[in-house]
Design a protein around this ligand. Structure first.
Ligand SMILES: [Zn+2]
Ligand SMILES: [Zn+2]
Length: 176
């Protein structure tokens, strides 16, 4: 997914690729790509600025926030990237100047744009902070450490009661 600026025709360049997972470096124990990333979209060029607009599909294996079990998660997302050439020091003022606010813009060098970085960032942005293997994952028992989905335990603290409510409940019992 590296494109030479010169290769982008006037009317834009449509493409549809499966890019190997090794290009993205998403390989953490709690979040890893399991297969190629599907990227589809269009590159357009206006003078020296290049825009990409498209979709991505990324198959991941992530760990459940509650029970820590790995489970597959498919990220499907839209991507927009705006590339501008990095200003050359030798010709001040002749290239686009970067303002502090242009953080959403990607700089490119050597007359080619590389979509790997922006695609990787978008995938990571779309992985939710709280990821559950199932909607009502019961998690791990705080008393005995059992996975309460597959191995329900008899512990008194069944984990269903929010600790703040547990305090209230005890108060109520005392008042009886
Ligand atoms: Zn879970
Ligand atoms: Zn338990």
């Amino acid at each position: 997914m590296i494109f030479e600026i010169e290769e982008i025709p006037e009317g834009g360049l449509n493409f549809d690729v499966l890019e190997g997972k090794e290009h993205f470096g998403i390989d953490q124990t709690d979040c890893a790509l399991t297969d190629a990333v599907k990227v589809r979209g269009k590159l357009t060029k206006i003078e020296r600025e290049v825009c990409f607009s498209g979709d991505l599909e990324a198959p991941l294996l992530v760990t459940c926030t509650r029970c820590l079990k790995p489970f597959p998660l498919q990220v499907i997302s839209k991507v927009q990237v705006h590339f501008i050439p990095r200003a050359k020091e030798s010709s001040p003022g002749s290239e686009v100047e970067i303002k502090e606010t242009d953080i959403e813009k990607e700089l490119y060098e050597e007359d080619r744009v590389d979509l790997h970085g922006p695609i990787r960032d978008q995938i990571l942005l779309d992985v939710p902070l709280i990821r559950l293997c199932q909607k009502d994952c019961k998690g791990i028992c705080s008393e005995c450490g059992n996975d309460r989905n597959s191995d329900p335990c008899e512990c008194e603290n069944d984990g269903q009661i929010d600790p703040r409510f547990a305090v209230l409940q005890k108060l109520k019992e005392k008042l009886k």
